[in-house]
Design a protein around this ligand. Structure first.
Ligand code: DAH
Length: 355
């Protein structure tokens, strides 16, 4: 038997018994590596007598191709066997009973923000957002609150740099500025989000939530503001009638400015919103100051409108009977289970806001 035939038969036999890829790689290198058996045969070609060389070379090539094909087939066979073994092992038994599944709860603040957004979107407001880290200009200066203005001290600002250029926004009002700078009037937006002040007790948290409202158009007046807020409070507390009063106040970015109180009474130890002879302050508002409009290149002769800022946490506490603000941010799972909402009950005006 020729050398070539011997090599071929020997390796066909070897290949048959192998079942993993590293063994196949070994065979490959035994045959075709630098000193592999087939490689050595190729080196021999030059030494073979002229008359036999052609046939030898042709035989050698034939055997080389045959062995390579067999190796490729073997590799595919091993890979398929691996896959099949995996499939067999990882089979899922779908007849098993499902595992108990605990659905998470929506935080009352998130729920309240969804409710507020739903109520305002019903009367044409869209929702805007701004960053928690603001610059001094948007948070104060553009809102007609210059450097030496006492309102700056009242805000207990968290500054983020020595030059007091960057800060954690103290209110959502800078979103008014951002919105008006990037678009042209009219504007009709709300902007819910986180706000920060260095303050902490039963009714104050260093991080809290506000929703800003802004409506700028031709011929908007304080009557529109009253109508809008009256609608909102009634929808939010899901009551037919609401007692509301506007108290004169001062904000640098509105003129005139007002704070809004709603009537309430205590019945059987519970707060009842809408009636009664007690008053609760819930928001600040006013007609946007012409200086603010000038700062964002809106002509105050052609356009005017109102703005308001509402404390969201306060509203959530009132509506859902939660009496300590700090519980909102404790991340206590039992508390969330009790006060939280089902994620599938998305608040909408037509289906009911809270159930
Ligand atoms: N930014 C005010 C605050 O945090 C609330 C506020 C009052 C917002 C009047 C307004 C407004 O847009 O018109 O105290």
């Amino acid at each position: 038997m020729s050398d070539l035939k011997k090599i071929k038969d020997e390796f066909i036999l070897k290949l048959k018994n192998k079942s993993n890829l590293s063994e196949i790689n070994q065979i490959k290198s035994d045959l075709f590596g630098k000193n592999g058996l087939i490689s050595l045969q190729f080196k021999k070609i030059g030494t073979i007598a002229d008359s036999e060389r052609k046939k030898f070379a042709a035989d050698l090539n034939g055997i080389k191709n045959e062995l390579q094909d067999l190796i490729s087939l073997k590799i595919i066979e091993i890979e398929n066997a691996d896959i099949n073994e995996k499939l067999e092992k990882e089979k899922i038994d779908i007849t098993l009973p499902e595992r108990a599944f605990v659905r998470g709860r929506i935080h009352p603040v998130s729920q309240t923000i969804d409710e507020i957004s739903s109520i305002f979107s019903e009367i044409g407001f869209s929702v805007e957002e701004g960053p928690d880290v603001e610059n001094e200009y948007n948070n104060f200066t553009a809102l007609n609150t210059p450097d030496n203005h006492p309102a700056r001290d009242m805000h207990d600002t968290f500054y983020l740099d020595e030059k007091k250029q960057k800060l954690l926004r103290t209110h959502t009002s800078p979103v008014q500025i951002r919105t008006m700078l990037k678009d042209k009037p009219p504007f009709k937006i709300i902007a819910p989000g986180r706000t920060y002040r260095s303050d902490s007790d039963q009714t104050h948290s260093p991080m809290f939530h506000q929703v800003e409202g802004l409506h700028i158009d031709k011929n908007i007046n304080m009557g529109h503001l009253k109508g809008c807020l009256n609608y909102f409070i009634k929808e939010f507390f899901e009551v037919e009638k609401i007692k509301m009063r506007f108290r004169p106040s001062h904000f640098p970015f509105t003129e005139p400015s007002a704070e809004v109180d709603i009537g309430y009474e205590i019945k059987d130890g519970k707060i009842v919103i809408g009636e009664g002879d007690k008053w609760l302050e819930i928001l600040g508002c006013g007609m946007v100051h012409p200086n603010v409009l000038k700062n964002v290149k809106v002509d105050p002769v052609k356009f005017q409108g109102y703005a308001f800022g509402i404390g969201i946490d306060r509203l959530a506490m009132l509506k859902y009977g939660i009496n300590d603000l700090r519980a909102f941010f404790d991340c206590d799972y039992r508390w969330l289970n009790h006060f939280g909402f089902d994620p599938l009950d998305v608040p909408t005006n037509y289906r009911g806001l809270s159930r």
